[in-house]
Write a protein that binds this ligand. Structure first.
Ligand SMILES: NC(=O)c1ccc[n+]([C@@H]2O[C@H](COP(=O)([O-])OP(=O)(O)OC[C@H]3O[C@@H](n4cnc5c(N)ncnc54)[C@H](OP(=O)(O)O)[C@@H]3O)[C@@H](O)[C@H]2O)c1
Length: 325
């Protein structure tokens, strides 16, 4: 029987365990995907520990909002897909029921897109959430254009690296933020036009220096918390800040500067078929041109999923953590 990762109570990584379950048939309009690999996201950690913004019904909750595999069965009324098609799962909103931490899952056919040619299974598992979030926040929300100075927080993380690559693909200038000087060279090699390491440098002064005193046109904030105050000061008057993550659990003071501020969740675009088509086209073009390529930190086997979460919680990863099913 197919194996699936479930948890029956909230807690640390050890609450997850692998069980065997009967194969589920796809309902009308759904496809069943034989999953080859899935990526671990900070949202999974929040869901598992009981800190998720959306309620997670227990017991027997599943996890996993993205992954890749092969179409294995088609429900009635599904068109445009064939059994055997390699696909990626484009964000699963009801991950606690259909999560990708499994050998099989069923999802609405609209939730899969063709696996970009040129990506291996591990990279394909890691591509959608980070790139759709960075693309949606910077392009769809903030309207990023060539020449824009884009300040990118947590740049060594998965969304941050995707954001730097997307900014470069469009001709904008990514300014990376990290808390550690030791990561500077890696971030420059990953495409940053400049890096501000906040353990040694003042963020606002650094941005002014790199932008000729003007300030950043766009800020991508996936950290939030009190540090957002400096990001707001580092933006140019009339600039745009997109808040898309919450790595810092401390409260975020109310912003009082003349900026446009968006809050962004990728689900707002990844549940929209037209936006998904645009995102997939952008992603495919970027992969084909060699501009977009996910960075993989470490790969685990399904039996080691608890270790994969422990690795995420250590916070020392640089890029995506992937599990092969
Ligand atoms: N809006 C959406 O739809 C959406 C989608 C995907 C992800 N997200 C959110 O976006 C955030 C980033 O996701 P990700 O996958 O890129 O995470 P990630 O890969 O785990 O990011 C890791 C990096 O974030 C930085 N970091 C971690 N904790 C931090 C803190 N307290 N303050 C400042 N920097 C910190 C560290 O960089 P340094 O050590 O170099 O500073 C670390 O290397 C998460 O909150 C995630 O839930 C949102």
């Amino acid at each position: 029987m197919p194996r699936v990762v479930v948890f029956d109570e909230f807690g640390g990584p050890e609450v997850m365990h692998v069980v065997e379950e009967p194969m589920i048939e796809p309902a009308p309009g759904e496809v069943r995907v034989r999953i080859e690999a899935f990526a671990v996201n900070p949202l999974d950690q929040l869901m598992r520990s009981g800190a998720s913004p959306a309620p997670v019904p227990l017991p027997h909750a599943r996890l996993g909002v993205e992954g890749t595999g092969v179409v294995d069965a088609l429900g009635s009324a599904v068109t445009g897909l064939e059994i055997g098609d390699p696909v990626i799962l484009t964000a699963i909103p009801d991950a606690s029921v259909r999560g990708s931490y499994a050998e099989y899952t069923t999802v609405p056919a609209s939730r899969v897109v063709a696996r970009p040619a040129g990506l291996g299974v591990v990279e394909a598992a890691a591509v959608w959430v980070a790139y759709s979030t960075a693309y949606g926040a910077l392009v769809e929300k903030a309207g990023m254009r060539p020449g824009d100075h884009v300040l990118i927080t947590a740049a060594s993380g998965a969304v941050g690296r995707a954001a730097m690559q997307i900014a470069n693909q469009i001709g904008a200038e990514p300014i990376a933020v990290t808390r550690h000087t030791a990561k500077k060279d890696d971030l420059l090699a990953a495409g940053a036009a400049a890096v501000i390491a906040t353990d040694q440098e003042d963020l606002v002064e650094g941005v002014r220096r790199h932008t000729g005193g003007a300030g950043a046109d766009i800020v991508l904030d996936v950290v939030m918390g009190p540090g957002q105050q400096d990001l707001l000061k580092a933006a140019r008057p009339g600039g745009t800040l997109v808040a898309a993550g919450f790595l810092d659990p401390r409260p975020t003071p109310f912003p009082r500067l003349p900026l446009t501020i968006f809050s962004y969740r990728s689900f707002e675009h990844t549940l929209d078929a037209v936006a998904v088509k645009r995102m997939a086209a952008f992603l495919n073009a970027g992969v084909r041109l060699g501009a977009l390529r996910p960075v993989i930190d470490k790969v685990f086997a399904l039996d080691d999923v608890v270790e994969a979460h422990r690795h995420l919680e250590k916070g020392l990863h640089a890029g995506k953590i992937v599990v092969t099913a």
